[in-house]
Write a protein that binds this ligand. Structure first.
Ligand code: SAH
Length: 228
C-alpha cells in the first residue's frame, strides 16, 4: 500500500510514522508513507497555502491551487483508490471502514487547517471525507495519522502475530476480552483460573463469554438482536 499525506505542517505528521509498528511496516516494505509538504506546490510569492475567506469572517481558508497542483502531480505518478479529506463533518471512521481501506493500493489523505479548505476542493478534488469523531481538531494531521494507523495495522504482515488484529475490539462487533500477564497473583489480586488451566477450548469459550458480557455492559448497541 502507498499512502500520501498532504499537509502544510509536515513535522506534525512525521512522528507517528517513525516509531514502532508503523515504522516497521515501512521498513518491511509493506507500506510506503510519503508526507508531502503542500508549500512546495504554492504558486504565490510568499509560498502561502491559505488566504482570507470571501465574505469576511474569522479564520483563513486553504487555497485550491496548491492542493490541485499537488494532487495533479501525485496522480501523474500513480492511480489512487481514494483521495480522502479529513473533516469533522465527514463519514465517521469505524473499524469496518479501516478494514475496507486496508484493501486499497494507493490513498491520498489531505489535511485541512485553519477554517478548512476552499469548498471547491471538496466538490471537485476529493473522493471521500472522513472524520475521526464529533470534535474539532486544529488540523487534519492527527486525524490523518489516526486513519493511517487504523488501516496499516490491518495489512497482513504488519502485526507480528497475524491473528492479533482479528481479536481486537470492534473486529466482530464485540469488545475484546480482558487480558492478563505475569504475575498470576499480585497483592492478592488473582488472574482467572481458567487462563492458567492450559485448556485452550475452555479459554476460548471464557474469552467469548467475557467479550459478550463486556459488550452488553459497555456497548450494548454493538450487539445484534439475535445475540442478546
Ligand atoms: N471550520 C471547520 C473546522 C476546521 S478545523 C468546521 O467547523 O467544520 C481544521 C481542520 O482540521 C479541518 O479542515 C480538518 O481537516 C481537520 N479536522 C478537525 N477536526 C477533525 C475531525 N474530527 N476529524 C477529521 N479531521 C478534522
Amino acid at each position: 500500500m502507498h499512502i500520501d499525506i498532504i499537509t502544510c505542517l509536515p513535522n506534525l505528521v512525521a512522528s507517528p510514522f517513525s516509531d514502532s509498528i508503523l515504522k516497521r511496516a515501512q521498513s518491511k516494505g509493506i507500506v510506503e508513507v510519503d508526507i508531502i509538504d503542500l508549500r512546495a506546490y504554492a504558486t504565490n510569492k510568499h509560498r502561502t497555502t491559505d488566504d482570507y475567506a470571501f465574505g469576511g469572517g474569522a479564520g483563513m481558508v486553504m487555497l485550491i491551487e496548491p492542493i490541485d497542483n499537488c494532487i495533479t502531480a501525485l496522480k501523474a505518478k500513480r492511480q489512487y483508490d481514494d483521495i480522502i479529506y479529513t473533516s469533522p463533518d465527514g463519514e465517521r471512521l469505524t473499524q469496518s471502514m479501516a478494514n475496507e481501506l486496508s484493501l486499497k493500493q494507493n490513498l491520498i489523505i489531505l489535511c485541512g487547517h485553519y477554517k478548512g479548505v476552499d469548498e471547491r476542493v471538496r466538490e471537485h478534488l476529493v473522493t471521500r471525507e472522513i472524520s475521526i469523531g464529533d470534535y474539532v481538531l486544529s488540523g487534519g494531521e492527527l486525524a490523518a495519522a489516526v486513519i493511517a494507523d487504523s488501516v496499516i495495522r490491518l495489512i497482513p504482515g504488519v502485526l507480528s502475530d497475524e491473528t492479533s488484529a482479528l481479536s481486537d475490539s470492534f473486529q466482530d462487533d464485540l469488545i475484546a476480552p480482558p487480558v492478563y500477564t505475569r504475575p498470576a497473583e499480585y497483592k492478592g489480586w488473582k488472574v482467572p483460573d481458567v487462563l492458567l488451566s492450559g485448556h485452550q477450548a475452555k479459554i476460548e469459550a471464557w474469552r467469548h463469554e467475557q467479550s459478550l458480557e463486556r459488550t452488553r455492559k459497555k456497548r450494548p448497541e454493538l450487539l445484534k438482536k439475535g445475540d442478546l
